[in-house]
Design a protein around this ligand. Structure first.
Ligand SMILES: Cc1cc2nc3c(=O)[nH]c(=O)nc-3n(C[C@H](O)[C@H](O)[C@H](O)COP(=O)(O)OP(=O)(O)OC[C@H]3O[C@@H](n4cnc5c(N)ncnc54)[C@H](O)[C@@H]3O)c2cc1C
Length: 466
């Protein structure tokens, strides 16, 4: 029996795409080679990392801020096996949820590695080596990404780990060295620092968090240093000697020069992710990839091979779960004859540290480079009553609005609960809103979101509480 759609990969891109296709009446199946559904995000990415971030943030609060509010809990301690069990329970609940949704939407699931053997034909090889061939009118490739490797460094997932191993450590390392000051390195570095590790982050560039508004990144850098993270910028890790009890890590200036040796119990290599297409059979059907290994698609998610679409981390764009999801929905709608679409100008990005960073739209650097005239409105959390009550006043909200039209072009938040606040900015931008629209929207008091309103007022230089 032929399907209308088969989705290869059940990460946030693939599983959401399959559900949308089924909702639209398409006969849909998925192929997944991992034992559980949910892909990187649910199994070894967004979900387990946020469980550890949440627990370790509460641990730090209990140790540092509870006392200031008159709450006595003694010195908190970490029961790591229980913490890891809580992380895994979170993962289990989420991946089971996907299983339930597939059944609810009558989506067939094939367990095994999918290999495209001809247009409309996928061979699925199960863990037991058995193969079966399934036929379909359309294929959506949603095979996601894998960790990027550092030349000459072997990742054993025990002492030299990727993000996957760093989520599952069974002991808090004394010394953790993180290679890469991107989002994943900073999030996982924060987790283990809060739990007691001495953390050093080595970054090739001369700044952390590439791509984030530089004013936000600079202030964030200072806050992280104050919290105890050590940074070595403009530096590269060239070798790791794992013959002894502790790892000896060779670090060189990025531009070359004298090498120094740092010691660590664990090294986390977090230098990014690469699209994953191994074993898919793209060469058989002649699907084009770009020079970074990403599948090339047109604005309708179509590859150059008829009936084959691709979405998520395996195509260009930010490697984010919600970007993958929205592309999955759009591709399914396009296959069903609808006008699926993703607005790439409004994709929020969050760093789930403390304080958080959340942004949407253009950075100041991007606007300057494009020669766009803009006005800036900024409001610090020190002037927000709720942030003061919460003892969390570091950071600010910054709104960038077109100088002529006042249309919001970018919003950057460094502060508590930025992850939630950014949704308001995304909504305003999706509707083509202006800073005045946000400023004239009544915001509940006392809330952190009033900082958004005040930043919008500040665009026209009329913030009230500053
Ligand atoms: C530690 C970490 C934290 C992260 N935190 C966040 C976050 O907070 N927010 C956020 O937005 N993003 C986060 N990300 C990124 C996010 O996980 C990815 O952007 C997202 O998972 C991409 O979704 P996807 O559907 O494209 O692919 P994936 O989630 O990678 O899923 C692809 C699936 O395809 C399967 N597959 C591959 N090839 C085959 C084949 N041939 N046959 C069958 N199955 C196959 C894989 O087994 C996998 O299950 C994080 C990533 C990591 C590593």
């Amino acid at each position: 029996m032929a399907y209308d759609v088969i989705v290869i990969g059940t990460g946030p891109g693939g599983y959401v795409s399959a559900i949308r296709a089924a909702q639209l009446g398409l006969k849909t199946a998925v192929v997944e080679q991992r034992a559980t559904f949910g892909g990187t995000c649910l199994n070894i990415g967004c979900i387990p990392s946020k469980a550890l971030l949440h627990a370790s943030e509460l641990f730090e609060e209990a140790g540092h801020t509870f006392g200031q509010m008159g709450i006595k809990v003694g010195t908190p301690s970490v029961d790591l096996p229980v913490l890891q069990k809580y992380r895994q329970q979170n993962v289990d609940a989420n991946v089971k949820g996907v299983d339930f949704l597939f059944k609810k939407n009558k989506i067939d699931a094939f367990h095994g590695a999918g290999h495209i053997v001809a247009p409309g034909k996928i061979e699925v090889k199960g863990a037991d080596g058995q193969t079966q061939t399934v036929e379909t009118k359309n294929i959506i490739i949603a095979t996601g990404s894998d960790v990027a490797r550092l030349k000459g460094i072997d990742v054993d997932e025990k002492r030299v780990v990727s993000s996957t191993g760093a989520l599952e450590l069974s002991k808090v390392p004394q010394k953790l060295l993180v290679v890469g000051a991107g989002i994943i390195g900073l999030e996982l570095g924060s987790v283990w620092r809060r739990l007691g590790a001495e953390v050093t982050i080595v970054e090739f560039l001369d700044h952390i968090l590439p791509g984030i508004d530089s004013e936000v990144a600079r202030q964030f850098h200072r806050i992280q240093q104050k919290q105890g993270l050590t940074f070595k910028l403009s530096s590269k890790v060239t070798a790791i000697d794992s013959s002894g009890k502790t790892l000896k890590v060779k670090v060189e200036p990025a531009a070359g020069g004298a090498t120094e040796t740092l010691e660590a119990d664990i090294v986390l290599v977090a230098i990014g992710r690469v699209p994953f297409t191994d074993g898919l059979g793209l060469e058989v059907v002649g699907v084009n990839k770009d020079n970074r290994g990403r599948i090339v698609i047109d604005p309708h998610y179509r590859t150059n091979a008829g009936g084959i679409y691709a979405i998520g981390d395996v195509v260009a764009g930010p490697m984010l779960a919600h970007k993958a999801e929205d592309e999955g929905v759009a591709a399914a709608e396009i296959i069903a004859g609808q006008a699926g679409h993703v607005n790439y100008d409004v994709i929020p990005n969050v760093v789930y540290t403390f304080p958080e960073i959340a942004s949407v739209g253009k950075t100041e650097e991007e606007l300057k480079a494009a020669g766009v005239a803009y006005n800036t409105g900024k409001f610090p959390f020190t002037a927000n009553a709720r942030a003061r009550a919460n003892l969390a006043t570091e950071g600010f909200v910054k709104i960038l609005a077109d100088a002529k039209t006042d249309r919001v072009l970018g919003v950057h938040i460094l502060g508590p609960d930025a992850e939630t606040m950014i949704a308001e900015a995304a909504m305003a931008m999706e509707f083509g809103g202006s800073s005045e629209d946000i400023a004239r929207t009544c915001h509940a008091h006392p809330t952190l979101s009033e900082a958004m309103k005040e930043a919008a007022l500040a665009v026209a230089k009329r913030a009230i509480n500053m």
